[in-house]
Design a protein around this ligand. Structure first.
Ligand SMILES: Nc1ncnc2c1ncn2[C@@H]1O[C@H](COP(=O)(O)OP(=O)(O)OP(=O)(O)O)[C@@H](O)[C@H]1O
Ligand SMILES: [Mg+2]
Length: 268
């Protein structure tokens, strides 16, 4: 199926990614082995940015699928569509990736039902095959095909977790919010603010992260810090910017909002 335009999935410009640990080297080695990789970490900590950066660095096409619980195996694999000439098979994103040798990034894969997730099993072991049962075709994955999934540990209920037989098909890299100096660098770069402002935002976030499990499900993410910085960069006063980008998204609880607003006020 060479009519698929592989180039449309290439990332043209270098995405900004600030390495945090040894994740770049580890991923490159895993990619060389075409090992399926799982990225674990809280929301907004850089997982998607990392995949974009690695795809660019390797020069591999990237196909991203946002998973949700309504997703079916057909959404991944493909289906017959009706058109004026009758029925026509349309490859799903996973099939396209397997054919062209792309990195297929399944974002938030635990959201998908387990009967959906199992379609990746034959692709993620020595077989590297994808059976298109409805079409009666067995797709042998392109040698460059790789699967990457992301996953927020801790958000799962027992009902919603990956099966061991799925988990144990992946090498895993842990992601977390970076150390203060690295996060400051990221926020200053992405939010176009000076280092001092970025530093204060990071300190506020660190306070909120200490409240995780004590009234907050999750602390402020790097993504939210970038939002706050962007508002400040647009000339919004820092307190209002932090309220909108850091505090209000996080919680509806009035006491917790007061606590977080007070933390903001000690820095700005
Ligand atoms: N190491 C990093 N280098 C560069 N930018 C980063 C880094 N970490 C986080 N960011 C910034 O944080 C934002 C959010 O990161 P990203 O979208 O990759 O999060 P995520 O982990 O995929 O979150 P989610 O689980 O919610 O999808 C990015 O748009 C980027 O601005
Ligand atoms: Mg993401």
């Amino acid at each position: 199926m060479s009519e698929i335009d592989r180039d449309q999935y290439l990332i043209k410009d270098e995405p900004y990614y600030r390495p945090v640990q040894n994740e770049v080297v580890m991923y490159e080695a895993a990619y060389d082995a075409r090992m399926p990789v799982m990225l674990k970490g809280p929301t907004g900590c850089g997982k998607s940015r990392f995949v974009e950066y690695m795809a660019w660095k390797i020069g591999a096409p990237l196909i991203t699928v946002a998973c949700n619980e309504d997703m079916t195996a057909s959404d991944l694999v493909g289906r017959f569509l009706l058109d004026i000439n009758g029925t026509k098979w349309q490859d799903g994103p996973l099939t396209v990736a397997a054919r062209i040798g792309a990195i297929c990034y399944l974002d938030e894969v635990v959201e998908a039902r387990q009967d959906t997730t199992v379609v990746i099993h034959p692709l993620t072991d020595h077989r590297r095959q994808l059976p298109l049962e409805k079409k009666g075709e067995l797709v042998q994955a392109h040698p460059d095909f790789q699967i990457v999934i992301s996953y927020n540990p801790g958000y799962q209920s027992l009902m919603k977790d990956l099966k061991q037989s799925t988990k144990q098909r992946f090498g895993a890299l842990d992601f977390d919010y970076p150390s203060a100096d690295i996060e400051t660098e990221i926020v200053a770069h992405e939010g176009h603010v000076d280092k001092e402002t970025a530093e204060k935002l990071v300190q506020i976030a660190q306070r909120s992260r200490n409240l995780k499990g004590h009234g907050l499900d999750e602390g402020m993410s790097t993504r939210l810090l970038v939002y706050a910085a962007q508002l400040i960069g647009k000339g919004i006063d820092p307190q209002s910017a932090c309220r909108m980008a850091l505090v209000r998204p996080l919680t509806d609880d009035p006491d917790m909002r007061d606590t977080l607003d007070a933390a903001v006020n000690t820095y700005f």
